[in-house]
Design a protein around this ligand. Structure first.
Ligand code: SF4
Length: 382
């Protein structure tokens, strides 16, 4: 019978693949190093007030009835990487969470799970764990719960009532792609239906901090066009997802890849950011996809969009906030400060004035008119 510590080692390790509450840098993946995303442990999440908190990230069980090929807990994983299957009792995990919390190791819990039995039985164990924390231990801090595929509406509602945030892993962009990598889950009934219930709960105020999802990118031949179609739809008023995360597919038997492997994931995050923060609409963003339906990896998407945007070059003394946000090298903060300078009637005539408000000059100047000058590039003469 494995000890609680041994279970924590296995179930913490199995939870590290979920990105919905963590920030994992692909650059320095040194197994065993402090803060390395390749090892189990504590992840970080940002609260609505901007505070960063540390979370114990763990599965309730790594037993699962499903055969998703991208998952180490899958019934289809017969490799030597298959872990011993173990489960926490709800009481055991609640006690462990409190022990870490009272020692100031963590400020919250990120709880996910494989499915032992059926989705609703497992959801009940997740609910019981959270209720024990809330009622028995008077735990008032942050809890993020993962929604299991195939969960029923009542079970989902009960978890949404006690967790601070919930997320559901959509993993693939559509039904046919899911069928390529999993024979036991149904896209519509197991994933889209609970997602729609989350939207309903959110609109009724039950989960004010919203809900998120995650994709595994590259486990099939899905194009970025297929992924982005789902992404834009999920951000629309019909679904209202708060955030979407992208994780490069890594075969469970593979070595850790080089950082270049993650470039597709990075480009998807950039498109996501341009949509949510910079207000580019889905048609504009889709216009930079290549003929095969992929985001070009060579240049960053904002630069590609700027090259085809006829608002440039912009007169820096007259540009609106929304126009400035479209300039490569200009972000929210620098656009706001330029608008403040315009209001103060400051004549912006020199690049150094832009540099002083945080603009990345090298990227921005080809798209701006500063002191009646426009920087040209060799491209203009070719
Ligand atoms: S349902 Fe979740 S835990 Fe189970 S095999 Fe699929 S991804 Fe893994």
């Amino acid at each position: 019978m494995p000890s609680t510590l041994e279970k924590l080692r296995i179930l913490g390790d199995a939870a590290k693949y979920d990105l919905c509450a963590s920030t994992a840098s692909p650059k320095k993946q040194i197994a065993g190093a402090i803060g390395s995303p390749t090892t189990m442990g504590i992840c970080h999440s940002y609260l609505p007030d901007g505070r960063c908190i540390s979370l114990l990230k763990v599965l309730l069980t790594n037993k699962c009835i499903h055969d998703c090929v991208y998952c180490i807990n899958s019934t289809s994983n017969n490799s030597c990487f298959k872990r011993q299957t173990v489960s926490f009792d709800p009481d055991e995990l609640a006690n462990l969470t409190m022990t870490f919390f009272l020692r100031n190791h963590i400020e919250g819990l990120f709880l996910s799970s494989g499915i032992e039995g059926d989705a609703n039985q497992q959801a009940e164990r997740i609910h019981e764990t959270i209720k024990l924390l809330r009622d028995k231990h008077k735990f008032g801090s942050y809890i993020h719960a993962k929604v299991l595929p195939g969960i029923g509406k009542d079970e989902l509602k009960r978890i949404s009532e006690v967790a601070d945030r919930v997320s559901i892993n959509v993993e693939l962009p559509n039904s046919s792609r899911l069928n390529e990598v999993c024979s036991t889950k149904d896209y519509n009934s197991d994933i889209l239906r609970p997602s729609k219930w989350l939207t309903d709960f959110y609109k009724k105020g039950l989960i004010p901090s919203g809900y998120t999802t995650q994709y595994v990118v590259g486990s099939t031949d899905e194009t970025d066009e297929e992924v982005l179609k789902r992404v834009f739809d999920f951000y629309s008023n019909d679904w209202k997802f708060r955030r979407q995360y992208y994780s490069s597919y890594l075969p469970i038997t593979a070595e850790i890849p080089q950082p270049s492997y993650f470039l597709r994931e990075v480009r998807l995050y950039q498109i996501d950011w341009l949509h949510r923060v910079y207000d580019y609409n889905s048609q504009e963003l889709s216009s930079i996809l290549n003929e095969d339906g992929f985001i070009p990896l060579r240049d960053d998407p904002k630069l590609l969009l700027a090259r085809q945007d006829d608002i440039f070059p912009l007169d820096i003394n007259e540009a609106s906030y929304n126009e400035l946000m479209r300039v490569p090298g200009v972000g929210e903060r620098s656009a706001t400060r330029i608008i403040e300078l315009q209001r103060e009637k400051v004549d912006i005539r020199k690049p150094i004035q832009l540099k002083n408000v945080g603009v990345v000059i090298k990227r921005a100047l080809p798209f701006l008119k500063v002191g009646n000058m426009v920087q040209t590039t060799m491209d203009d003469f070719m």
